[in-house]
Design a protein around this ligand. Structure first.
Ligand SMILES: [Zn+2]
Length: 156
């Protein structure tokens, strides 16, 4: 059964940041969804716990804005540079065939970009589903992956 959009009052609180999960946990070393790779002046970069797509990361803008259009050109450029730096690190470590960049926000309207690699075995016609498979690494392997990413990304 399709659900309608969020109740109006709740959505307004989500957009304003009054209620926002990312404001509470984007900076933490670890949270239920991801681990912190590092941070720049404009963003926090996190490695997803779900590594079904090796390297899958999320770049989260530092302060609460709900849309790219709300940023000044310089901070928008800086955010995009962070996304590019993460993409390059994933490319170099895991050699995907394509990296999809997804900026959505219908579940959490705090500006963020999913850096979602696609691999040779992935069906390009399948609908995009960030959680179509679940694969968590061991703690040690996740830590090692975080270190590999950190060694390749120069945060500004
Ligand atoms: Zn927020």
């Amino acid at each position: 059964v399709p659900m309608p959009w969020w109740p109006d009052t709740k959505w307004k609180q989500m957009v304003s940041g009054e209620i926002c999960e990312m404001c509470s946990d984007a900076h933490l070393a670890t949270n239920p969804y991801s681990d912190l790779i590092g941070s720049s002046l404009s963003s926090y970069t996190r490695l997803s716990r779900n590594q079904s797509q090796p390297g899958y990361s999320i770049v989260i803008f530092r302060r609460h804005v709900s849309d790219l259009s709300e940023l000044e050109p310089a901070e928008r450029a800086s955010f995009v540079e962070d996304v590019v730096a993460v993409s390059k690190a994933i490319s170099s470590l895991f050699v995907p065939v394509k990296i999809d960049l997804l900026m959505m926000g219908h579940l959490c309207p705090h500006l963020h970009c999913h850096v979602f690699p696609q691999y040779q075995e992935d069906d390009p016609h399948a609908p995009v589903d960030l959680n179509r498979q679940e694969r968590s690494l061991t703690h040690a392997a996740q830590q090692q992956r975080l270190e590999s990413m950190r060694s390749l990304i120069r945060f500004t």
